[in-house]
Design a protein around this ligand. Structure first.
Ligand code: MN
Length: 240
C-alpha cells in the first residue's frame, strides 16, 4: 500500500495513525508544510522504514513564514524528498504569488544543485506557472504533481516534462478528474490521500485508503492485485 502525499503529522491522533502505517508497512510520503514542521516530524517518524518525511514549505505559508526560508535551504542537502512546495493561485494567495514563484524556483534550483530530489508539488490554480518554472529548472529533479487539476493540454505538457502524478481520491469522483486519471501513463502514477485535509462524509482519508486503486482498476480494466504491484514497481522506479 502506498500514500505518496499525506500530512501524517496533522491528523488528530498522529501517533496511532503512524503505528498502523508501521504495522501495515504502508509506504508514505509524509509531506510537511514548513521547515520547522519538517524538523520536528522527522524526529518522530524516522523510526519507520516505510515512512519518508519530505522537507516542505506550503505555498500558502511561504509569505507569512518567510523567515523560515533559511531553515529550508539549510536542510535541502541532507533531505531525500521535498514537499509540499509549489504555487497556489486561489483567493488571497494571489497576493503573494510573486514571492511564491521566487521561492519555488529557488527551491528547485537548490535541489538541482544537490543532484536532484523527488519533489511533491502543489499547483492549485497555478499549473501554468508551476510548469513554466519546472521547464526552466528541470534536470535531475523528479517532480510529482500532487492532485493535478490543470487542463488536458497542461497535462500533456507535464507528461512531456517527465512529471509523475499522485492521484487524490477526490479526483475519482469528478468527470475531469477521471479524464485526467485516464490519460496519464500508468507507469507515472502513485496513489495519495492528502489526508487529513481530504475527506469523504466528513471523515479524513487514511493512508490505507483504497479508493484510488479501485478507481484505477475500474478505468484501466486491471485487477486490484496487478495494480498494487504496478504501483510498487513505480515506486521502486521513482526512488532508484
Ligand atoms: Mn497537501
Amino acid at each position: 500500500m502506498i500514500d505518496f502525499h499525506c500530512h501524517l503529522d496533522l491528523y488528530n491522533n498522529p501517533i496511532s495513525v503512524f503505528e498502523k502505517v508501521k504495522k501495515q508497512k504502508i509506504q508514505v510520503l509524509c509531506v510537511t508544510t514548513s521547515p520547522r514542521a519538517y524538523i520536528s516530524t522527522s524526529r518522530i517518524f524516522s523510526s519507520a522504514q516505510t515512512v519518508h518525511v519530505a522537507l516542505g514549505f506550503h505555498p500558502e505559508l511561504v509569505a507569512a513564514r518567510y523567515k523560515e526560508r533559511e531553515l529550508f535551504e539549510q536542510n535541502v542537502p541532507s533531505c531525500r524528498f521535498i514537499g509540499e512546495v509549489g504555487i497556489d493561485g486561489t483567493g488571497r494567495n494571489k497576493e503573494s504569488i510573486s514571492l511564491q514563484k521566487e521561492f519555488f524556483r529557488d527551491a528547485l534550483k537548490l535541489a538541482e544543485n544537490n543532484f536532484g530530489r523527488i519533489v511533491s508539488i502543489h499547483s492549485r490554480a497555478a499549473v501554468k506557472d508551476v510548469l513554466d518554472i519546472l521547464e526552466n529548472t528541470i534536470c535531475n529533479n523528479k517532480p510529482i504533481m500532487h492532485w493535478f487539476t490543470g487542463t488536458l493540454n497542461e497535462l500533456e505538457w507535464a507528461i512531456s516534462l517527465g512529471c509523475w502524478f499522485s492521484i487524490n481520491p477526490n479526483m475519482c469522483f469528478t468527470k475531469k478528474g477521471v479524464e485526467i486519471i485516464s490519460k496519464i501513463p500508468i507507469t507515472r502514477i502513485l496513489p495519495e490521500t492528502d489526508g487529513p485535509f481530504t475527506q469523504k462524509n466528513n471523515i479524513s482519508y487514511m493512508p490505507w485508503d483504497n479508493t484510488v486503486i479501485e478507481c484505477l482498476a475500474r478505468y484501466r480494466g486491471l485487477s486490484i492485485d496487478s495494480l498494487n504491484s504496478i504501483m510498487h514497481e513505480n515506486l521502486t522506479q521513482l526512488m532508484s
